[in-house]
Design a protein. Sequence first.
Lengths: 122, 291
Amino acid sequence: MMHIDFESQVPIYVQIAEMIKNDIIKGIFEEGSQVPSTTEISVNFKINPATVAKGYNLLVEEGIIYKKRGVGMFVCKDAKATLIEIRREDFYNNYIKALLVEAEKLGFSKSEVMDMMKGEKR
Amino acid sequence: MSSIQIKNVSKKFGKAEVLSQINLNFEENKIYGLLGRNGVGKTTLLNMISNRIFPTKGEILVDGDRISEKPAIVGKIFYMTEKNLYPEGMTVEKAYMWTHAFYDGFDMEKAIELSRKFGLDIKKKMKSLSTGYHTIFKTITTLASNAPIMIFDEPILGMDANHREIFYKEVLNSYIENPKTIILSTHIIEEIADLLERVVIINDESIMLDEEVAQLIEKAYTVSGREEKVNQYIQDKDCIHEGIMASFKSATIKGSISELDRELIESLELEVARVELQKLFIYLTGTGGKW
C-alpha cells in the first residue's frame, strides 16, 4: 500500500522514494513502465510539489527511474534487481539484528529464536 | 511569478501596537503557511499587503515596487478576506461576473467548473449561503483569479472534510499548472502542514519563526522515555516543551541530533520522534513559549 508516515523522523521526500522502491520490488511498477507523476503524488498525498520532486530526484540519482521528456518518469532497466541486491545487504542490519535485540529484551535465547524460525513450538 | 517584501513594518491602532518592526519576504512561487494565534495581527498584515490599510512605519514592496508609490501593483494580489464584500442579494453567478469586471485575469469558466466540483449552486444568493458555502464561494473566487499572488485568510472555515479535500487538491493543481505565490493563513495546521513549503509564525507582534517546513525536522525533535533518563538527556539542551505522565516523560528540543546525542539516546533507551507542526506551534505560541 502506498503510505506516508507524517509522524516519522524519516523526511517525507525519503519516504516518497522508499514508497516507489517498495512498489518496484513488489512488481506494481515494472521495469520500463511509468511511475506516478510528481503531480499525482503531490495532489493525492497533499504534499508540497517541491518535496515530491526532491524524492523523485533521489530516485533518478540512484538510477531507479528516468525521465522521458514530456512523457513522464519510468522505471529503469534492472531497477528491481538492483533494489533487491541493496535490500539483501541491509537485511542483516535491519531485520536480524533488530530481531535479536528484541529477543534478548524478552529473554529468548538464540536457540529458542532458531526453533521459532523453523516453525517449531517451544 | 511574484514576491512580497515587508521591510521594518509596524502598525499601531491608536496607542496599541499590533505589529512591531516586521521584516519578512514572501518569495515567488512558494506555498506559505501564515500562522498565529487569534488577534496577533495576521489579518492586519494581509490587509497592509493588499493596501487596504497602511503601515504606521516601514514599507511593503511587490516585485520591487513600493505599494505606497505604485498602488496598481496590488493588482497582482488576489486576497480572499474573512469578510464578504459582495451585496447580500447578489447571486453567486452575478458575483463571479462582477469579479471578472474588476479583475482581468478572472477565469469565469474555471469558477463555474470549481462551483460544480464543490457543489455550489451559482443561482443562489449570498444571504442564503451557509457558512461553509460562503467560504467555498470566496475560495473559488480566489482560485479562479489567476493572480500571481493568492492569499487565503481562513480558507477552510466551516468546510466539511470532503470540501477541504477538494480545496487542498485544487490549490495544488492550480500551483502545479501555473506556479504562483500562495499564502494560507489558517488555524487548521495539521491538515496543511505538508502542503506548505515555508511556514511563518507571528507571535507577540513580531515574526517568531520563518522556516522551510522540510527543514523543521532538523531544527527540533522530541525524545521520550523514563523521566530521570529524559532529564539526564535534556540537562544541557534547549528544551521548548516538557510533558510528564507518571514516570514517562517527553521533551521537545530545539536543535539537531548529533552523533554523540544518538549514542546517548540509545544508552538511555529513549525514543525519538518528529515534532508535528501543529504541536510545535502550540509550544511556541503558548504562555512562556520561545524559539
